[in-house]
Design a binder for this molecule. Structure first.
Ligand code: SF4
Length: 214
């Protein structure tokens, strides 16, 4: 049976998105096609072990939790990710995927909540954004912008307007951790009237930044 390279599986609380604060099982897949300037998951670029979908399912069963996030790295780089998502849905899990906005999402099951992290200029990965992904988002999905400075914020504002993202799905704004002050981003958001949710990356305030498996 085909195997998927898995960096780590752990049980924690969801630190982001509209489901922030809920207990969640995380399945972090290995590999990433991007190299964001602020990446906090470099350990997922190559490390991991090959697992079948059945092995993954039996590993997560022990947590007795219905919410599962498949993340990375870039989870959609491995074609087995789509099969994994389908199996999780078939097993009645509530499923989310976090993807970096550079790969098509059209094969992702419609019941999976997609968190699409389009890359702002300060990530140095802006030219990798695949905007046609927006044709495949639904109201249940969330577009995330991680803001490092005012250039990023203005850029995100323009993209939201240009692609009419407010009408398509939820919008999330985060700060690049320890680079931009929360109060600064909150002020920009309030002044802009963008219909978006400010988020704190809760897990980074509970555990130290370098803590793994949280
Ligand atoms: S997409 Fe995520 S894992 Fe990949 S380089 Fe960017 S921040 Fe790191």
């Amino acid at each position: 049976m085909r195997k998927i390279k898995v960096n780590e599986i752990y049980y924690s609380i969801q630190g982001e998105s509209s489901l922030s604060g809920l207990p969640c099982i995380f399945i972090r897949l290995t590999y990433c096609n991007l190299r964001c300037s602020y990446c906090d998951s470099e350990y997922a670029f190559y490390e991991g072990k090959d697992m079948t979908i059945n092995q993954i399912l039996s590993e997560i069963k022990k947590y007795h939790c219905n919410l599962v996030e498949v993340t990375g790295g870039e989870p959609l780089l491995q074609s087995g990710c789509i099969d994994l998502l389908n199996e999780l849905i078939a097993k009645k899990y509530e499923v989310m995927i976090e993807t970096g906005g550079s790969l098509p999402v059209n094969l992702v099951h419609k019941n999976v909540k997609k968190i699409i992290d389009f890359k702002c200029p300060s990530s140095n990965m802006e030219n990798k954004n695949l905007w046609k992904i927006l044709d495949d988002v639904s109201k249940n999905d969330e577009i995330k912008f991680v803001i490092g400075d005012q250039t990023d914020f203005r850029w995100a504002q323009n993209k939201i307007k240009k692609y009419e993202i407010e009408d398509k799905c939820n919008i999330l704004f985060s700060c690049v951790f320890e680079k931009l002050k929360y109060e600064t981003l909150v002020k920009w958001l309030l002044d802009s009237n963008i219909k978006a949710r400010f988020q704190l990356q809760t897990h980074k305030h509970i555990w130290k930044e370098e803590t793994r498996g949280v």
